[in-house]
Write a protein of this length. Structure first.
Length: 119
């Protein structure tokens, strides 16, 4: 059986606010992708991006209660994109470090195997 999806219209919100709220995850993902491309192309420095993200997150945490309407939605979108962006960057750094460790361990294992065969 097909279920109809009824959207409740909040009469206290504007059309822009409803649009931002209903598309917030798409907008967050879009911002993260744009920021990642800028960092990858070195148009924006990695540590500069991390510092900007930290500042924006602190500002959001300090002033989120004082915002309402579209500014509140925009602030949430920006803060979420910065938090997700930093999380992705940290995961990339951790993954790179783990790859380096794996290569070093593999090189040591190969060297040990070569030295054991020599005897």
């Amino acid at each position: 059986m097909l279920h109809e999806r009824h959207q409740v219209i909040d009469h206290g919100s504007s059309q822009i606010e409803r649009f931002l709220h209903s598309n917030r995850y798409k907008l967050v993902l879009g911002l993260v992708i744009v920021e990642a491309i800028l960092v990858a192309l070195h148009a924006l420095g990695f540590w500069l991006a991390v510092v900007i993200a930290g500042c924006l997150l602190v500002l959001y945490l300090l002033f989120r209660r004082e915002l309402s309407g579209p500014p509140s939605e925009l602030a949430w979108i920006v803060a979420a994109s910065q938090a997700l962006g930093v999380l992705v960057f940290v995961l990339v750094l951790v993954t790179a470090a783990l790859v380096v460790v794996a290569v070093v361990v593999l090189a040591i294992a190969v060297l040990a195997s070569l030295l054991a065969d020599r005897r």
